[in-house]
Design a binder for this molecule. Sequence first.
Ligand code: F6P
Length: 552
Amino acid sequence: MHEPNSQSESSTRHWQALEAHYQRLKNTPLSQLFAINPLRAQHFSVEFSGLFLDYSKQSFDESAFHSLIELAQTSGLEQRRDAMFQGNPTNSTEQRTVLHTALRNPDGEDLVVDGIDIRALVKKEQERLAVFANGIRQGTIKANDGGPFTEILNIGIGGSDLGPKMAVEALRPFAQEDLRFHFLSNPDTPALHAVLREIDPERTLVLVSSKTFTTQDTLANFSSVRQFLAQGLGGDEAAMRHCVALTASPQTAIHQGFAPECVFEFWDWVGGRYSMWSAIGLPILIAIGSAQFNAFLDGARAMDQHFLSAPLNANMPVLLALTGIWNHSVALDRSVMMAAYDSRLQFFTPYVQQLDMESNGKHVDHSGSPLTRPSGPIVWGGLGINGQHAYFQLVHQGTQRVPVEFIGVLKAPDQDSEHQRIVFSNMLAQAEALMVGRSREHIKAEMIEQGYAEDHAESLANHRSFAGNIPSTTLLVEALTPFNLGALAALYEHKIFAQGVIWGVNSFDQWGVELGKVLGKTIYDELRSEPKQDEHDSSTQALIARVFNALR
Ligand code: F6P
């Protein structure tokens, strides 16, 4: 397939139109846009399945929105989307197909890529996974001493950690109660010991999650956990009966001592950060069981269908993508803050952060030419109310504009309506405050009315005023069910894909993480043997020496 150039003539024309819209609108207060169009909230919102997206607090009007849609159309988004779903190579720098969407549709139309029946492959492995997960849940797959497994330890990092950890936490109310889940990603000694203190080797099932099965952090953690199990269970053979591998490189896992029946496979065409729908999702499957896991896949598939079929101007992932395009590439905002107002979503921001920043943190287009406008934003944030008492200050009154994505969940299990009112009043008030701000004149008049002396009110007015006009979107999730969580995660996957297409970047490689790995290997060798002279700059050299001395 012909790779789009980020600077084609028609796209240049649309970018120019958007820049003209931005110049026209940049001094128009957001509240004025609402005054001009009383139907704005209705026009700029979309509902699909259990998700409702309000993007009306964004700083574009109907005409600028129209240009955004035109940009999406001429970027080839629809063609590239269809090509991805059909298994045409989409990851141009690694010549790989990108087919994580096939994982949530094993019963769909035939999908044969390079002579391989993708549906059959997926289905077979999903069946193996379901049988295994069921066995763990029901205690029919037994630990070495004949008892059940009750501690599930996932060892993995990046995409082999963030998605499963996010989903297990979000779906805790659906999880089997006698199972406890642990996630070990960092190889630092305190992280390892914290996990080892919590688990009993006799009850622990270890899932070693690694697409490549070569990631140093994961393998180091696995090696130490393996020794810990061996000590507790009376040898390595017994230890390995407590371990399974989730990987796209099964032979490497087998080579390291895993029995073939303890290896669950996924494939090259599933990117690490898109892999929680595959064998990497085994912790989720064990937690919630196959019926609910299928609902999780169904939710993602429903979002896939929506992304494939809804017109661009009513297509939730595309609309979310276009708000980001407007903010980051036209208004030149450098980051986006995510604020989730439900503790079950506490790991959602780190999950989206990898998904987004590893996918679209790129500086060249498909042809290798430098991008002419900013692409992927810095994604940050966390739980909204905690953030309000920490970093929201900068968003309200700092010197850079930070667009916000609010996420709220309407129904909680065993809901205490009073608590939920507090939560939602906070969320909605923040979005409103960011938008309307408060002028210094208003503040001053208010203070004088409260009895402040004129000069005191004057001196404080600048400190207490808010510029406002900070754009935000609000996403309401009906209830945090497996289905809706699947749809929510797929929404972000497709948002990021759509942005990548519009920016003309390859969202599916991650060359930027490689240099650190290569240099890390060199330094690791020096820390093991002896620091080399004149290999590094003087700062790195001196730091290596200090660490070397501390560790010997
Ligand atoms: O270093 C980045 C990365 O390759 C991510 O893309 C990936 O999710 C993570 O490391 C873990 O890789 P693996 O699953 O192969 O251990």
